[in-house]
Design a protein around this ligand. Structure first.
Ligand code: OSB
Ligand code: MG
Length: 372
């Protein structure tokens, strides 16, 4: 496709239930969607940057700005044969991976439509259904948390991940394990601990967790490697792995035994696939993380999760856990067995609800190639 225009949209959508991590609580999402337009095609991508730079340094207003000023103009007027061609066109800009991923993934989304094949096949996927877990945020009370876990288990989810931080960790895990001794259970600290907490973190071993996600600093390999040697529980890195080079370094250093793949954090499908491949080479399983995505990002996560080394249940769960109404049709649904079925429809496999998108849009800007 020749990229004639790029449209940015900000949607504001309240979450059905607030989501709280060690770095803060989100009640309403500001969702940044980008569209690549040309040759009668429209590829869609979602920028998963948060409202504030707390999970990573990226945030929605910064992403909007860098797309309008730098990333968008380097794509406008270009002819794109494949999503894979996008990273090279954006490489002059350092970092800003979530902003780049939105554009690159829109390129893949368009390519799948143009070729008339499902996005998941284009990405190299092979699984006809994907296993789902849920990430459950910090709640106002232990009671509320136990109630939520009960609901998600009843819905069929195969793995429960709990957000933890100092003061919301062992007491919580103790109660959950007492009630459900055998479920697949993991926790995610989002960098809430330091090596001063070593003895405390060792006590997590008694809960037989599937993993502990990103316990230490968001940019660290060295101290995670030291920590992993002292824990029985597998460490999984999220924040710290930003590229396939990172994945190779992290695994060679023994920082973790599991890798969370988030296509936004890594900067697009091309390198996310490469992270998947590196982990596979090391015999390390991966799973697909989530960033409270709307239907666009969610459908892209579903497609990515079909690659063969996505061997553990991901954080990609049903639309209705997040939104009163999702912007895609059908919504992402999870079976009572905790699986999402993959369709053979061409493209992302989920249609857009254009009217709903329009009514949720609070800001819109279109960039056009000089010649058109
Ligand atoms: O660390 O995985 C994380 C949400 C926002 C920022 C970081 C994380 C998360 C989640 C939610 O855990 C996963 C989801 O349900 O989308
Ligand atoms: Mg995480």
């Amino acid at each position: 496709m020749k990229i004639e225009a790029i449209t940015l949209r900000e949607l504001q959508i309240p979450l059905v239930h607030f989501f709280e991590t060690s770095f803060g609580r989100t009640n309403d999402r500001r969702v940044l969607l980008v569209t690549l337009q040309g040759d009668g095609l429209e590829g869609w991508g979602e920028c998963v940057a948060g409202e504030a730079p707390y999970y990573s340094e990226e945030y929605i207003d910064g992403a909007w700005d860098v797309i309008v000023r730098y990333l968008g103009p380097s794509l406008l007027g270009r002819t794109l044969n494949a999503g894979r061609e996008v990273p090279a066109l954006l490489s002059r800009v350092r970092e800003h991976r979530m902003a780049k991923a939105a554009l690159e993934n829109a390129g893949w989304d368009a390519e799948a439509q143009e070729k008339g094949i499902p996005l998941w096949k284009l990405l190299g996927g092979s699984q006809g259904e994907i296993a789902c877990g849920v990430s459950i945020g910090i709640q106002d009370s232990h009671e509320q948390l136990l109630q939520k876990i009960e609901t998600e288990l009843a819905a069929g989810y195969q793995r429960i991940k709990l957000k933890v931080k100092p003061g919301w960790d062992v007491d919580v895990l103790e109660k959950v394990r007492a009630r459900w001794p055998n479920i697949l259970l993991s926790c995610d600290a989002n960098s809430a601990y330091t090596l001063d907490d070593l003895e405390h973190l060792k006590t997590f071993d008694r809960f037989k967790l599937l993993m502990i996600e990103q316990p230490l600093w968001s940019d660290d390999f060295y101290f995670h490697a030291r920590l992993q040697k002292q824990l029985q529980t597998a460490i999984c890195l999220d924040e710290a792995i930003r590229s396939s080079r990172d994945a190779e370094a992290a695994l060679e250093l023994g920082t973790c035994r599991i890798v969370n793949v988030k296509v936004g954090r890594i900067g697009g499908f091309t390198d996310a696939i490469a992270v998947h491949d590196v982990a596979q080479r090391f015999g390390v399983p991966v799973w697909c993380g989530g960033m409270l995505e709307s239907g666009i990002g969610r459908s892209h996560n579903v497609a990515l999760s079909t690659l063969p080394n996505f061997k553990l249940p991901g954080d990609v769960s049903a639309s209705k856990r997040y939104w009163k109404e999702d912007i895609i049709e059908p919504e992402v649904e999870v079976s009572p067995q905790g699986m999402i079925a993959i369709t053979d429809k061409p493209g992302r496999g989920y249609d857009l609800r254009s009217d709903l998108i329009e009514s949720l849009t609070v800001r819109k800007e279109t960039l056009r190639a000089a010649s058109s």
